[in-house]
Design a protein around this ligand. Sequence first.
Ligand code: NDP
Length: 476
Amino acid sequence: RLAQIGVTGLAVMGSNIARNFARHGHTVALHNRSIAKTDALIEAHGGEGDFIRTETMEEFVGALERPRRVLIMVKAGDPTDAVIEELANLMEPGDIIIDGGNSLYTDTIRREAAMAARNLNFVGAGISGGEEGALNGPSIMPGGPAESYESLGPLLESISAHVDGVPCCTHIGPDGSGHFVKMVHNGIEYADMQLIGEAYDLMRNVLGMEVAEIADVFREWNTGTLDSYLIEITAEVLSQVDAETGKPLVDVIVDAAGQKGTGRWTVKSALDLGIPTTGIAEAVFARALSSSTSQRESARGLVAGTTGAQAPADKAAFVEDIRKALYASKVVAYSQGFDQIAAGSAEYGWSVDPGKLATIWRGGCIIRAKFLDRIREAYAENPELPALLLAPYFRDAVEDSVESWRRVIVTATAMGVPVPAFASSLSYYDALRAERLPAALTQGLRDYFGAHTYLRVDKPGSFHTLWSGDRSEVEA
Ligand code: NDP
């Protein structure tokens, strides 16, 4: 017998995906650099389906039906390159190599071109959902040649999460598009988590609420428009009591957030593309600030200048304000993320369909939420939407929230509670809707010191003022 799919790299993600394939009736060839992991998987879960144990790469490739399909789930970076090379040397034209790791999309573009030159199909597939998703249904974002999806798509769709019977897996576009959208997905995840953190901090440090009470608020929010995986697990984390101290677990966890890089990649790409992805950037910087341990140590006790600032008297009303501020800021973060995807898609010629993307993010992935259905509908109504924020549903939601949003930021600022993502999202909204921006002054300054010229509102052409001469204007 031959396997429909092979999985190499059987750490937590790879073994769970291999089990997921097997549970869906596919024969799965297994390979790992060190045999111990392969054997451990077969020992613990061999009864879940039809696995073919292999030791060498030659044996592994030989166990696969044609066109061969191999999913690589090893550490991103050099290990992935090494495994691709090993596989490519054993494979034949038309075979498909899938990289399911968190690879940087530019690496995927490079690898796809190298494999195409050897007549091999290379598919960079973003996979979201963590360990649990890998086993029970992740959201899968495969890029690569469209032809490869014909043979690969049904396999991947069978193991993905499903929402309303629709698989959370679709062909995203050529070469690095799958990993690019997965990267932005992770960036949005950073923004979502930062916004949740700020909402929590406001309840804690403006309203003085107990952690358990805040957990209940998140539980309640999860029944409405904010219904999402991250809000749901926020209630879980806040409800956890530390066995050793009896305190809420959140109070014994060190307040320095780590990061593995995909948020940072998203912001670097946003800078290169010139897209103001401010929500994600604030979230990445907030993690960096939280981890600036020695600076924070030295700055502790700096004056806040908040004498006389009062917490709002009506607690329930302010909690509702926070909910609305969270929702509006979330709309901004997603709107910016989808802008970045549109810009990346245009830059690389990927033709990514934002509606299809919203559809496959409704389940399986970390940012799964009811909200994604609204995004899908917004693009279904108007595929040419200039920005998500401007879709009627979201525009109304934000307009309905804007008073609350301002109250929250004013109060937080007066009381010295940091709300970088809430505040910058509101500034983004205000800038986007502004009649005039101070960019006109920026242009004047640039012309003054660097003769960079400016455009006029009342006539075509570019102009320069003779600042160091008689200050008359000349056409540039
Ligand atoms: P790790 O990233 O910890 O990688 C461990 C695996 O890589 C092992 O199978 C290991 O083999 C193999 N490996 C490392 N170096 C080499 C090498 N030079 N040659 C061959 N194999 C090598 O495993 P995870 O399961 O956490 O993640 C796998 C991929 O999935 C990563 O790219 C990760 O970024 C991505 N991912 C992870 C998620 C998660 O929640 N953890 C979510 C989504 C994606 P050996 O056993 O021999 O050491």
